[in-house]
Design a protein around this ligand. Sequence first.
Ligand code: ATP
Ligand code: MG
Length: 900
Amino acid sequence: MTAPTPATPLTTADIREKYLHFFESKGHLRLASHSTIAPDPTTLFTVAGMQPFKTQFMGATAEFEGHSGIHRRVTTAQKCLRVGDIENVGRTLRHCSLLEMLGNFSFGDYFKREAITWAWELLTSPEWLGLDASKLYATIYQDDEEAYEIWTKEIGLPADHILRFGADENFWPADAPKEGPNGPCGPCSEIFYDRGPEYGDDTWAEYADTRESARFLEIWNNVFPQYDRQEPQADGTPTLVDLPFKNIDTGMGLERIATVVQGVYDFYSNDVFAPIIARVAELSGKPYQGPQSVSHRVVAEHVRSVSMVIADGVTLSNTGRGYVIRKILRRASRHAYLLGLREPVLHTLVPLVVEKMGGAYPELVENQARVVAAIRSEEERFLKTLESGTVRLDTLLKGLEQGANIPGDEAFILYDTYGFPLDLTKEIAEEYGISVDEAEYAESLKKAQELARAGSKYGKSELFGAGADQLDDLPPTEFVGYDQLDARGKVLALLAGNEDVEALGTGDEGVLVLNSSPFYAEGGGEVGDTGRLEWVGGEARVKDTTRTKRGVFLHTVQVLRGTLTPETEVRGVVSPERQATERHHTATHLLQAALRSVLGDGVRQAGSLVAPDRLRFDFSHGAAMTPAEVAQTELIVNRWIQADSPVNWQTMPIADARAKGATALFGEKYGDVVRVVSVETGVRVGDQTVTSMELCGGAHVQRTGEIGSFVILSDENVAAGVRRVEALAGEAAVAWIRTQLTGAQRAAGLLNTSPEALAERIQSVQASLKATEKDAVQLRRQITQLQMGGGGSAGGAAPLREIGGFKVAAVTLSGVESGELKGAADSLLEQSGADLVVIATEKGLVVKASKDAVARGAHAGQLVGKLAAAGGGKGGGRPDMAQAGITDPAAAMAALEGAL
Ligand code: ATP
Ligand code: MG
């Protein structure tokens, strides 16, 4: 691994300086690096040296702030952040997240010949970088004969040192001739360095196929934007028109060229990284061992990039750039942990970065203190999360046999919730002689990704679009609200609609995540807390609190005054309603125990709702409760309340909780360490004592006496074998009883009795009402008979008329209900001896025909139709019987003559 090292190897700073100085000597203006924050909104971070010069490439006048005159030649060392393939950093030996790109640019000035010639001179001249020319290789675009001529004829590069590639490799933008976009584009030529057979026994010719080599390292890319791409011809042939204004855009990775010039194994061994790597080795007691030492590299590389971005003014957050660097920093933290480092150490590496880079980037020196503080606090927070994961993992490992497997989904929870990379879990498990089911882990990971993509639900809140990924990276919220209803926390993230936002202003509604919160987040049947937030200069209402699967609390807030931003310290004050919720929650536990005592051990919780104003408890039981059972249950709970038993909670391994006989809630998942809520001092029922012990994460009163009172409102069926009891506790119970009592007293007053005697009184009122109704029906019937002229069943018949060969009895009645008309028609037909009877009232009409008449052709339905039409209505029916609604009985009757 030795290379032709000069007597005193050039440092990275020397190489940077030489590059810039070389191009100054070729008439270039040296400009300072732009920030890592991108100059235009197409990317979050600056990703290439040319990015700050986009307008000049498009033809804008080449003028630069602080430099008079026109400058068509510019050179820079640009700090860039490339985070697209962050997982590769530390694994491949040629990719950094932060890289310095050395570039020389021509805005319509020199072109290909100068660019290639100068690149060659800089690389090979002993005065400059002095590389061995025989180790240099180049790639060109397949049709770029001009470049080929320059390389072979003018530079003298042997033809077998050149490879031709297509537009996917050696054109910018890639594939532009065929795929577009229209506009300036051109071929490029990459320069490679052969690092020698120690790095691989592949050949340059083979690179044409492999395109991947540890031996041939790409160091410099020269782009020649020389065409204006226009719409392709009809047959698809690309249209590339020569640009009158040709540019040069080059980029050489400083880390890569330094590695080559210094002749070291990889850039982690160059003068910038080596001291950081050495420090990591020293701190961890683990020496750097080349390729396999991924963690050393990740730590060193990431500290450097995060320091630079923070120095450029980005703060760690859960949005945009702040989120990206938080992710990078966490990756570094994980790797430090993998190295056995249990204390925050990354921030102690910052001075080494500043020492090496501060000369070229004074912003690092100026902001050093801020950078150290920001990295430190993030590390501390992240380590806390890792610690809770360690407890979980330890408990898990202790419960497993030697040679057993950690279930993949457990390993996944450790990764997803506690930030444990699989490697770390594996490493710790190995110490116990236990391995991880990796296939199952991969399966869980895949499922989680699919779920996230499918828009899974987090508590009540839907997945938050872009924001959701970022929520995934937040630590579970620390809940301090079991005993504090007023506590401070720091804002970690803000969301409005589905998006991450940097601020919520007066009147805005959104979702807020805190590092630590007194607000209970909906779960285990208990509703989320409400309340308010206060901070210096502002105030917000907390309308609800939910949680993600991973335990990140989401506070739905409305800002009443001021502005909320990430990092704000807030005071959270939980609404006093919480006390009412706690009463209902403890009452639910007492209720469950009482139900088991009254109905038997078959009672199992099937669901529950605990709110400030009520509770609902669903349980398995085959039959409706008798009033006696309801009363007995209610009595047990109230006795328990009067006993003022202490309510205790503690966390313990689930096995211990089960051994103690704790009742698990239906459908909930428990970690290894669970919270057990118990009311161990119970009440005596007959010869047994009822006690309560449940796995529960909810909020409870300290003593049962606080519940005050308890009343069961209803017992109903919700599904086969599942009953639902609704009940109230505390003031809600008293208020409900008061309302019921007031209603009963009013009713009793109206009936001249007392509430206790109300039921009997109502029964007797109902009986007398029934008798009265019966009498009324009788009376109406008699009136009908009288009007029909019969004077009762024994009376004579109505006068008959002869119409159309039928004997017709026609009467107009009043005070007869339409339901009684048919009966009247029947008796009239019988009494009168008529063939047809017609009865009209104020609202209706009925016609009935005898069998004999129907046989002779009479049709009640048709007759009703005609009469109703005359009487302002409509109707019809069968030949023997028909009815209609009418408005004018006299007109209907008048139409009778001639209707048959
Ligand atoms: P590679 O193919 O090796 O990933 P690239 O083609 O993406 O590199 P360019 O976009 O052409 O690279 O950038 C110009 C030069 O910048 C490269 O020749 C290389 O020297 C350097 N460079 C690019 N990406 C990185 C990186 N992640 N880390 C270090 N140097 C880089
Ligand atoms: Mg390239």
